[in-house]
Write a protein that binds this ligand. Structure first.
Ligand SMILES: Cc1cc2nc3c(=O)[nH]c(=O)nc-3n(C[C@H](O)[C@H](O)[C@H](O)COP(=O)(O)OP(=O)(O)OC[C@H]3O[C@@H](n4cnc5c(N)ncnc54)[C@H](O)[C@@H]3O)c2cc1C
Length: 435
C-alpha cells in the first residue's frame, strides 16, 4: 500500500547499478509507489558526465542471458543492446594442463550465453530511462542514518558525504540500502557480515588483440590465480578488444603496475597464451582487493540490503550484478504483492518473504562462484589433475555441462514472476548488439 502520511514510500540509499535498476523496476512494475533515490554523486539531467559514478568507471560487466530477459522486461534492453557485445562461446581452461570445457549458445538454443557492456554505458541508459519516470532523486546527498518508526523509518540525509551539511530527513515505509560493498549504512545498523579475503587483487583493463575474439569469453585458471577475457567490441573489427579481469597477489600487482605497457602486454601474453594472437595494447589499469562478503540476514523491520551491500563476489565468474538483479526483481515482486494485499512495505512479513525467495539463488550462486575460485586456485598437482578430469568430464557429460551453462547464463535460480504494469515495456524491435 502507499502511505500518504510518509514523505515517500521507498528510499533507496545509493544510485549505483543496483539502486538505479531497482528504481527503474519499481517505476515499471509498481508505479503507484513513490520512490526516492539518494546518491552521493551529483546527477546531470542530460547525460552521465565522466565523473558521475564510481560504479560507472572503465569497468565492464558480463551480463548473463537471464539478465537480458530482465532488462527486456524493464524496457531497457533495446537501448542497452546498442553497445552490448554478445558472448556466444565460453572457453574454460587451466593453464599448463589438458582439461578444458567449451559452452556454446546454440547448444542452449539462444543467440548468446550473455553480453558484455561497459558500466558507464549501463549507467547512461539507466539514467535516460529513469528521467522519464516519476522517480525522485536527491543528489548529491548521502543517507547518514535512520531511526525506526512504528509504521516505517525516518531516513537522515546530509549534503554530499557529510552529515552536518544541510541535514534533513524523510519518512518512508522502507529503506533499501544499495550503497555498495563497503556499505557504511550496513555497518552502522549492525548487520553481521561474513568476510573471506581471497588475498588477491583484480586488475581490470581493456586489451586489444591481433586476432578477433569471435565473441568468445575466456576463463583461464593459472597457478597464480584466475583470469577472464570478455569480448567487448564488434567481432568484425580489424583489432578487437576484450575486457581483462586478472587476479594477482599484491606484490605481483605492484610489480606489474610499475612496468610500461609493452612489458605488461608481454607478461599477460605469457599468462594467457596465444588463443587471441598477440596482445597489442593494454588500456588504463584499475584494481580492486578481492573478498567474498555475504550477510546472514539482509532484512530488518523497514530495512533491506541489496546489491553489493548484500553480497560481493569474486569477479572472475561474472555473477555479482547478475545475482543482484535477480534479487532486485524478487524484492519488487514482494512489494507488488504487498501493495495488492494492502500490507506495509517495510513489514517483516513482506521482507522475510523476499529473503526466503532470494536465499536459495544467492546461496547457490555464491557457492558456484566461490567453488570455481577454490578449485582452480589450487596449484597442488593432485588437485590440478582432478580439476583437469573435471573440466574434461564437464566437456563430455551433456547433463553436467548443461547445468554449468545454465549457471553461467544466470538461469540456475528461480525467475521472478513480476511483470511491468501494462505488459512488457520493450518495443520488441530487433536488438543491435555488437557482433
Ligand atoms: C572488478 C569487478 C568486475 C566485476 N565484473 C562483474 C561481471 O562481469 N558481472 C557481474 O554480474 N558482476 C560483476 N561485478 C560486480 C558488479 O560490479 C557489482 O555487483 C555492481 O557494481 C553492484 O553495484 P552496487 O550498486 O551494489 O554498488 P556500487 O556500484 O558500489 O554503488 C553504490 C552507490 O552508492 C552510493 N553511495 C554510497 N554510500 C552512500 C550513501 N551513504 N548515501 C547515498 N549514496 C551512497 C555510491 O556513490 C554508489 O553510486 C564486478 C565487480 C568488480 C569489482
Amino acid at each position: 500500500m502507499t502511505n500518504t502520511s510518509h514523505d515517500t514510500d521507498i528510499v533507496i540509499a545509493g544510485g549505483g547499478l543496483a539502486g538505479a535498476t531497482l528504481a527503474l523496476a519499481l517505476a515499471r512494475c509498481v508505479p503507484e509507489l513513490r520512490v526516492t533515490v539518494v546518491e552521493s554523486f551529483p546527477l546531470s539531467a542530460d547525460a552521465v558526465p565522466e565523473s558521475y559514478q564510481p560504479s560507472y568507471d572503465a569497468r565492464s560487466t558480463a551480463l548473463a542471458w537471464g539478465s537480458r530477459l530482465i532488462f527486456e522486461q524493464l524496457g531497457l534492453w533495446q537501448r542497452l543492446s546498442a553497445h552490448a557485445t554478445p558472448i556466444r562461446h565460453i572457453h574454460v581452461s587451466d593453464r599448463g594442463h589438458f582439461g578444458a570445457t567449451r559452452l556454446n549458445a546454440k547448444d542452449h538454443q539462444q543467440e548468446a550465453l550473455g553480453y558484455v557492456a561497459d558500466n558507464r554505458w549501463m549507467g547512461l541508459c539507466l539514467m535516460q530511462e529513469l528521467l522519464e519516470t516519476g522517480v525522485h532523486w536527491e543528489a548529491p546527498a548521502a543517507v547518514t542514518g535512520m531511526d525506526p518508526l512504528a509504521d516505517g523509518v525516518e531516513v537522515f540525509l546530509g549534503e554530499g558525504e557529510r552529515a552536518d551539511t544541510n541535514p534533513r530527513s524523510l519518512t518512508a515505509q522502507c529503506l533499501v540500502i544499495a550503497d555498495g560493498g563497503r556499505s557504511g549504512l550496513r555497518e552502522q545498523l549492525g548487520f553481521r557480515v561474513n568476510q573471506q579475503d581471497y588475498g588477491q587483487h583484480a586488475l581490470i583493463a581493456n586489451v586489444s588483440t591481433s586476432q578477433s575474439h569471435q565473441n568468445t569469453a575466456y576463463e583461464r585458471f593459472t597457478d597464480a590465480g584466475p583470469m577472464a577475457l570478455l569480448p567487448n567490441s564488434p567481432a568484425d573489427q580489424a583489432e578487437t578488444s576484450s575486457s581483462l579481469v586478472w587476479t594477482l597477489d599484491g606484490d605481483t600487482l605492484d610489480d606489474l603496475l610499475a612496468r610500461d605497457t609493452a612489458e605488461q602486454c608481454r607478461r599477460l601474453q605469457a599468462r594467457f597464451g596465444w588463443r587471441l594472437g598477440r596482445f597489442t595494447r593494454i588500456g588504463e589499469c584499475s584494481h580492486y582487493p578481492l573478498t567474498l562478503q555475504t550477510v546472514d540476514e539482509s532484512v530488518r523491520p523497514g530495512v533491506v540490503l541489496v546489491g553489493n551491500a548484500a553480497h560481493t563476489l569474486h569477479p572472475v565468474a561474472g555473477q555479482g550484478f547478475n545475482l543482484a538483479l535477480r534479487g532486485l526483481m524478487a524484492l519488487v515482486e514482494q512489494f507488488r504483492l504487498a501493495v495488492t494485499e494492502d500490507q506495509p512495505l517495510g513489514s517483516l512479513a513482506v521482507l522475510n518473504r523476499y529473503q526466503a525467495r532470494h536465499r536459495q539463488d544467492w546461496k547457490q550462486t555464491v557457492q558456484f562462484s566461490d567453488s570455481l575460485i577454490e578449485i582452480f586456485g589450487q596449484s597442488m598437482p593432485a588437485v590440478a589433475a582432478v580439476r583437469d578430469m573435471g573440466l574434461t568430464g564437464l566437456d563430455l557429460l551433456p547433463g553436467a555441462k548443461r547445468w554449468f551453462g545454465r549457471q553461467a547464463m544466470g538461469l540456475g535460480g528461480r525467475r521472478s514472476q513480476i511483470s511491468p504494469v501494462g505488459g512488457a515495456v520493450h518495443s520488441g524491435k530487433e536488438s543491435s548488439s555488437h557482433d
